[in-house]
Structures are given as structure tokens and as C-alpha cells.
Design a protein around this ligand. Structure first.
Ligand SMILES: [Zn+2]
Ligand SMILES: [Zn+2]
Length: 397
């Protein structure tokens, strides 16, 4: 029974999570974390490849019998957040914090690796435990470089190992402990960064008639962009446009020559992505033109939507009912956040599930990326039950 195996591993899993929580590492710098993972996978009899896309690790367990190759994906990076919890195991690295629960994901991954290795003799096919860097991306602003999933794909891991299916889970505080979300179709939105540079003509703050004011044009653009969701998008479509940065000017008596607006858009599906990108460009350039300015619009894709395969969702659903009948399954929840697991699911069928980690009192724990974030560790047990249960079902002889 997996349940008994998890009970035996639970204390170790919590210890691993707390150790990683004390030693958080930012995107593409997860050197200590990757070392902990590689050593444990080797101890469990996996063939290990390290240093993929800087810090990525893959452990392969080959049963020696023909069958599917199943990829289980985990992220391991922390965030540039100053931790404000009173946990005994709070971050030792000032300004860096596991504020998204990826410490828990690594601990869950290693517990699953242990269970699969214990059951190796009854498996067919191969298991790939993939630990990726930089799920949170590797920087800020429009010049953000690719995150870890895309980087590992570009490093050739899918060609090299040829997985048939890919699955992953996120411990999620917005969902109570004891609930699991298995949603066929798009579960998380695609995300793009928006940057609008408004170019005008600067001058004296007391002589606006001699200028083309990019601050005023930027303000009009900012307000007009909010009409896109309310007036161009179907009320049945789910879209977000948020302008989150507006930078202009350096002196109270100078009208600047330039204003820069930045923000994010979230969409599901190609058609609404194209519509929003086109309308942002039209609104920004034409409003700027009406104000005597010009606008240069850049829209850069961070990640596409996370698209779950209905067939794989169905298999995970059955596995959760079988191995964890005490968990509640929600099949109809989507999130507007994005996830670079989307890049794996663009290439191979699979499923990304959410594991409720918010405790039993709704709203009692802070949300993800908050300085006070922590999650209910009990949820790690549920993540192991769901993913290890699924792997054992799919690969059992
Ligand atoms: Zn996050
Ligand atoms: Zn996360």
C-alpha cells in the first residue's frame, strides 16, 4: 500500500522540505538543491544526469521491461522575497525565500522516487524524475529570459528520453487541504508581458502647449486598455489585462519626452491571445496618435496556457480515487496564474494538478509569493499519493 510507504517516509519528507526551506536558491542558482536531489536519486538507484540547463537534474529508473516512459516534473527555485514568517526553519539566505512551495515539491518528488524505487520489481517501462530550475523565470521586465522548463526542452531532454506522458502538481494554498483539482483542458492561463513606450516631446512644465505630453497620453492609454476586456472580449471568455508599472519623468517642472507602461495579460487559447495583442497595439498607438505622441508596443510571451489531456486527467482521477479515496476531487477549477509546465504539455500529453495546501480553515494561510507564505505540510502526503499512485498504476506489470 502506498499509504503505508508514505507514512514511513513522511518524517524524512518533512525534514527535506524544511532543510530546503532554510536554504532557498534563486532561478538557475539551485546548486545546493540540485546536489541534494542528485545524491538522493543515486542512493535510490536512479541513473542521474545533472547540470541540464545549468542546474536541472533528471533521474531515470528503468525497469528493464518495455512499457511507457513517464515523466514526473518538479520545480525547485525560490523567490527574491524577504521572509516574514516565524518558522523555526525560516530562510538562512537574506532576501531569498521559498514563497511558492517549491521546497515542498522537491520533498514530494524525492518521496515519490523512493516509493517507485521500492516497487521497481513490479514496474514496466521507465520513470523520469525531472527537477527543473527557474519555474518563476529568471528576471524581471520585458527582457526576462526563458524559464527552466523551456531551457530544459531546448537542452534536448525530450528528444533524449522520449517520455510518453508528463505529469506535475502544485501545492496550492488557495485550495483547502484534502482537495485535489484535476481539470481536463486548460487549467492555467497563458501569460504575456506588455511594454508600451509612449514617445512625445518634452519641455517646460509651465509651457505644455509647446510639448506633446507622454504622461497624459500614457494615462489615457492606461484607462482605454481597460475597455478591451469589457468591450472586445466575449463575456464568456476569461481574460485579464493588468498594467502594473507606469514610469515617467524626473522633475516636477519638466514634461518628459517618454513614458513607459508595463503589465501582464492572461489568456486561454490562441484566438483570445491574438485578439488581445491586436487590440492593445491598436488602442495604444491610436490613443497616443490622438495625443500627438507615438507608441511602441511589445508583447512578449512568458508561457502558453497549461493544457491538460483529458485522457491523462481521467487516469489520474482514477488513481486518486483508488489510492486516496478520502480526498475530494474538483474537476472544474482554473487559475489565471501561469506555469512553465505548459511548455512540456505543448510537446507531450499530460496533466498538471493542484493539491490543496491551504489548511482546513479557509484563508488561514497567506497566498503564494507573500512574505508570510507557508503551506500545510500534510498536503505533501496527498501530492505523493496522487502522483506515485498514478505512476504505479500506469507502469505496473
Ligand atoms: Zn510561484
Ligand atoms: Zn510555484
Amino acid at each position: 500500500m502506498i499509504k503505508d510507504q508514505i507514512n514511513a517516509l513522511y518524517e524524512d519528507m518533512v525534514a527535506v522540505r524544511r532543510d530546503l526551506h532554510q536554504h532557498p536558491e534563486l532561478a538557475f542558482q539551485e546548486i545546493r538543491t540540485a546536489g541534494v536531489i542528485a545524491a538522493e536519486l543515486r542512493r535510490l538507484g536512479f541513473t542521474v544526469e545533472e547540470g541540464i540547463a545549468v542546474t536541472g537534474v533528471i533521474g531515470m529508473l528503468d525497469s528493464g521491461r518495455s512499457g511507457k516512459t513517464l515523466l514526473l516534473r518538479f520545480d525547485m527555485d525560490a523567490l527574491p522575497v524577504i521572509e516574514a514568517t516565524d518558522l523555526a526553519y525560516c530562510s538562512n539566505h537574506p532576501g531569498v525565500m521559498h514563497a511558492c512551495g517549491h521546497d515542498g515539491h522537491v520533498a514530494v518528488g524525492l518521496a515519490i522516487a523512493s516509493i517507485l524505487s521500492e516497487n521497481k520489481d513490479s514496474l514496466q517501462g521507465r520513470v523520469l524524475m525531472l527537477f527543473q530550475p527557474a519555474e518563476e523565470g529568471s528576471g524581471t521586465g520585458i527582457l526576462k529570459t526563458t524559464g527552466g522548463a523551456e531551457a530544459m526542452i531546448l537542452a534536448g531532454v525530450l528528444q533524449k528520453y522520449a517520455p510518453d506522458e508528463a505529469v506535475a502538481a502544485h501545492l496550492w494554498n488557495g485550495i483547502p487541504t484534502g482537495e485535489v483539482v484535476i481539470h481536463a483542458g486548460a487549467i492555467m492561463a497563458g501569460a504575456d508581458q506588455i511594454q508600451i513606450t509612449v514617445n512625445g516631446r518634452g519641455g517646460h512644465g509651465a509651457q505644455p502647449q509647446l510639448t506633446a505630453d507622454p504622461v497624459l497620453a500614457g494615462a489615457q492609454i492606461l484607462a482605454a486598455l481597460q475597455s478591451i476586456v469589457s468591450r472586445n472580449v466575449s463575456p464568456q471568455d476569461t481574460v485579464v489585462i493588468s498594467i502594473t508599472m507606469f514610469h515617467a519623468g524626473e522633475a516636477v517642472n519638466v514634461i518628459p519626452a517618454k513614458a513607459v507602461l508595463q503589465g501582464t495579460m492572461r489568456t486561454f487559447g490562441q484566438a483570445s491571445h491574438e485578439l488581445i495583442a491586436r487590440r492593445i497595439t491598436e488602442v495604444a498607438t491610436q490613443v497616443a496618435g490622438a495625443m500627438g505622441c507615438t507608441a511602441d508596443v511589445q508583447i512578449n510571451r512568458i508561457a502558453p496556457a497549461v493544457e491538460n489531456s483529458a485522457r491523462v486527467c481521467d487516469e489520474i482521477h482514477k488513481a486518486v480515487i483508488r489510492h486516496a479515496p478520502h480526498l475530494n476531487i474538483d474537476t472544474n477549477k482554473i487559475l489565471m496564474v501561469s506555469e512553465d509546465m505548459a511548455f512540456f504539455l505543448q510537446k507531450i500529453p499530460g496533466c498538471y494538478i493542484l493539491i490543496g495546501a491551504g489548511g482546513t480553515q479557509p484563508g488561514s494561510l497567506h497566498g503564494h509569493h507573500h512574505p508570510g507564505f507557508t503551506f500545510d505540510e500534510e498536503a505533501m502526503r496527498h501530492a505523493v499519493l496522487a502522483l506515485a499512485g498514478y505512476a504505479l498504476d500506469v507502469l505496473s506489470t
